[in-house]
Design a protein. Structure first.
Length: 226
């Protein structure tokens, strides 16, 4: 009986660790299909499928009560709040201010706001809390690096299918490096804040600000210039 429980636990852990590979692979196919079907609006077809895969992994492979605890009140110093807000605001001078004029549609502005509020908690729950929880029996740095590498990779591999700024261009092989380095930095900071505050509240807040600052859906529709 005990051995059976241990084996199920180990199987659950391995499935959870491999789930990002499935998310990226299946998501890439959805991104290509959506681009062919919807063109500029490909993100509308991609993200519901992407969010569905993340939520499926969380609720099937994780204890539901533990998932709710991820959003408990943050612990630690208020410096973590300042760090979260500061990191979240970085994208505003880089992308929002130079491109704010693309926001000429009230309906798209409402979708842009809604996207940030929906995408951020789902992504943080999966890429930070879920993966760090599933790797807690390993050295902490392994979970942080594992989460960061795959979170970074999904942007050019999936979002890059329909978002030119996030796509790899063979004629300019090094053009994507600054963008990837920013993603690595963001993921590392989100992981650090989650570990230190034992809550997703601040990583989610920071992620919301980032999604607002990078003009998310406008970026996906290739209306944003760097």
């Amino acid at each position: 009986m005990i051995n059976s429980k241990i084996n199920r636990l180990e199987a659950n852990t391995w499935i959870a660790l491999l789930s990002p590979v499935s998310v990226i692979t299946i998501g890439h196919l959805f991104a290509r299909f959506s681009k062919g079907l919807l063109g500029q609006w490909a993100w509308i077809g991609y993200f519901p499928a992407y969010w569905g895969m993340l939520l499926f992994s969380i609720f099937v492979l994780n204890n539901k009560k533990n998932s709710l605890l991820w959003f408990k009140k943050s612990q630690g110093s208020y410096w973590w709040t300042l760090l979260a807000i500061g990191i979240g605001l970085i994208s505003f001078p880089a992308l929002f201010i130079p491109n704010y004029k693309v926001m000429h549609s009230v309906s798209l502005i409402l979708v842009w706001l809604s996207f940030a509020l929906v995408n951020s908690p789902i992504e943080e729950a999966y890429w930070r809390a879920f993966l760090l929880e599933k790797t807690k029996h390993l050295p902490r740095m392994f979970g942080v690096i594992y989460s960061t590498v795959l979170f970074t990779a999904i942007h050019p591999l999936n979002l890059g299918v329909f978002s030119n700024i996030q796509a790899f261009n063979p004629s300019k092989p090094f053009a994507l490096i600054p963008f990837l380095l920013i993603l690595v930095m963001l993921s590392l900071v989100y992981c650090l804040i989650y570990i230190k505050t034992k809550s997703l509240r601040l990583p989610v807040l920071s992620h919301i600000l980032t999604d607002l600052g990078n003009l998310s859906i406008f970026l996906f529709m290739n209306m944003v210039q760097i």
